[in-house]
Design a protein around this ligand. Structure first.
Ligand SMILES: [Zn+2]
Length: 77
């Protein structure tokens, strides 16, 4: 049984724009590598994972962030 291959951590870059001042942020999140963890951008968007994240704008202290893009970081070869 080979277990080593399944231990990679999935990292997604979230592109978030503050609703108030429109400043854009790039935020990296690590997704735990469990059986039903999202493996691509679509699955991440559909999962409840993003709903648990808190956003706070460093410029205007707004707390509403609009997600306008997600990209999965590919593991270094
Ligand atoms: Zn802001």
């Amino acid at each position: 049984m080979q277990m080593e291959m399944s231990r990679e951590v999935r990292i997604f870059d979230l592109h978030i724009r503050c609703e108030n001042c429109l400043r854009e942020y790039l935020r990296a999140v690590e997704v735990p590598n469990v059986d039903d963890a999202p493996s691509d951008e679509d699955e991440l968007m559909e999962s409840g994972f993003l709903g648990s994240l808190r956003f706070s704008c460093r410029r205007c202290e707004g707390t509403i962030g609009r997600l306008f893009g997600v990209s999965r970081r590919r593991p270094e070869a």
